[in-house]
Design a protein around this ligand. Structure first.
Ligand code: 4AD
Ligand code: MG
Length: 431
């Protein structure tokens, strides 16, 4: 039998239709049963009236357990009081499978229980809303890049060397070649891509064997790396700002109802779609020290520093021009002061922390080589990367956005573990 999606229900007012889905809730009163049915695209209240169903079907409907799968037929009717809401006046209901003792109920469950039942927890309204926003953000990022001359260029996941330092590498035995590593970021490969395609991006899982047990760290997360030839530091930040504002606008447009389910302060999100702030690392440290932080001029920002930095800001803040010693080997020196590099981190407001890391890249062969020697890197392993500086080197820049960090901020979900279907963390790999 042909069936429709609940999302399209308004098109079928007063027509006999069929829905397939799951029972989210039921209650009954006299000759009426109210069943909330969800089908992935939406949910609707189905109202079954005993004389319409007959004794036997009505009793079955009354006893439907949570998460049972069903086929329901009936006619969509406008809700008598609520605008744009429909109810289904049921003509028949047929179970596909009766669920037994669904373990997740309305009562509060602890995070350990929910994570152990992640395969079921994903059906809950908030998780459903988060996954839909994840879908929108994923597509918004691709849309923006596709409209701005970037080609998708897939970087490998199994790699012979590190991109972001050797302390967070996952090792994989690789036949006779020895050890391979799971990619921490596709950046270095994207730099080869721009020499062919001009502007490129990748978008996929990356891995960090990070022993941090915080609400912002996963060991497997999704990153979109973008890289562009002829783009220098300031333009790199411009592209990032446009992209982030495009994401915010798109989510506000496409996921309003999901933000409501998540009880997100929508006004706050709307305000983030305005010109971003920018300060140098030095300025950031001065500001933070004036507020009582013990951060020094050669250090990375701590989680608390990130919170303080954006405390009174509606918009994200770029922290640019970092001391070279605490940033990666590939970042280009600031021509105005070579103790600094032309890198920037983008810090989200409301305490969500760093969402983007990026920089202009060192494009001079000798400078890059000496920087790599300083870090005691094996130059032979990276000869392909150095080659790019030998054959038509150009100024270029790029950045990487952590998809789950972005989702956390947009959804207002404090812990990153809820922003990916199956979070991988220090102490969790099941299910
Ligand atoms: O700042 P990161 O380490 O930058 C890079 O990897 C560059 N190679 C990217 C580039 O220039 N193409 O990581 C980029 C972003 C961070 O800003 C953060 O949003 C996210 O990736 N991220 C994590 N997200 C979740 N869990 C972790 N353990 C993360 N580590 C970084
Ligand atoms: Mg970073």
């Amino acid at each position: 039998m042909e069936y429709i999606f609940i999302r399209d229900i308004a098109k079928y007012e007063d027509q006999e239709i069929c829905l397939k889905g799951w029972v989210r809730n039921t209650r009954h009163s006299g000759k009426l049963v109210f069943i909330i049915v969800r089908d992935g695209s939406g949910e609707i209240q189905a109202v079954a009236f005993q004389p319409d169903l007959g004794e036997q079907m009505f009793e079955m409907a009354k006893s439907l357990s949570l998460e049972s799968s069903v086929i329901i037929k009936g006619k969509p009717k406008k809700h008598p009081k609520k605008e744009n809401v429909y109810e289904l006046s049921v003509t028949s209901i047929e179970p596909i499978q009766i669920a037994q003792d669904y373990p997740i109920s309305k009562k509060e469950h602890g995070p350990d229980f929910l994570l152990a039942n992640r395969h079921l927890w994903l059906r809950s309204p908030k998780q459903w809303a988060i996954m839909k926003i994840r879908h929108t953000i994923y597509h918004a990022i691709s849309e923006y890049l596709n409209q701005n001359n970037f080609y998708r260029f897939d970087s490998p996941i199994l790699t012979p060397n590190a991109c972001e330092g050797t302390t967070t590498l996952f090792e994989v035995p690789y036949f006779d070649e020895g050890t391979a590593y799971l990619s921490q970021s596709g950046q270095l490969y994207l730099e080869t891509g721009i020499m062919s395609l001009g502007r490129v991006y990748d978008f996929g899982p990356v891995f960090r064997a990070e022993k941090s047990k915080t609400r912002k760290h996963l060991t497997e997360f999704w990153m979109m790396d973008a890289e562009a030839a002829f783009v220098e530091h300031d333009e790199n930040l411009q592209i990032q700002e446009e992209l982030i504002r495009y994401i915010i606008k798109t989510v506000l447009e496409r996921n309003h109802d999901d933000l409501v389910i998540l009880e997100r302060d929508i006004e706050k999100l709307r305000k983030a779609d305005a010109p971003f702030k920018k300060m140098t690392h030095r300025e950031a440290v001065e500001f933070l020290r004036s507020k009582g932080s013990e951060i020094d001029y050669e250090s990375d920002l701590g989680a608390q520093d990130e919170v303080m930095l954006t405390e009174n800001s509606d918009v994200p803040v770029f922290v640019e021009k970092w001391p070279q010693g605490i940033k990666a080997f590939y970042m280009k020196r600031d021509p105005e002061n070579e103790n600094y590099v032309l890198g920037a981190d983008l810090i989200a407001p409301e305490g969500y922390g760093e969402i983007i890391g990026g920089s202009q890249r060192e494009d001079d062969y000798e400078l890059l080589k000496s920087r790599m020697e300083q870090d005691k890197m094996d130059l032979q392993e990276y000869q392909w990367y150095l080659d790019l500086r030998k054959y038509g080197s150009v100024p270029h820049s790029g950045f990487g956005i952590g998809l789950e960090r972005m989702i956390s901020w947009v959804t207002g979900i404090k812990h990153i573990r809820e922003t990916i279907p199956f979070p991988r963390m220090l102490y969790r790999i099941y299910p």
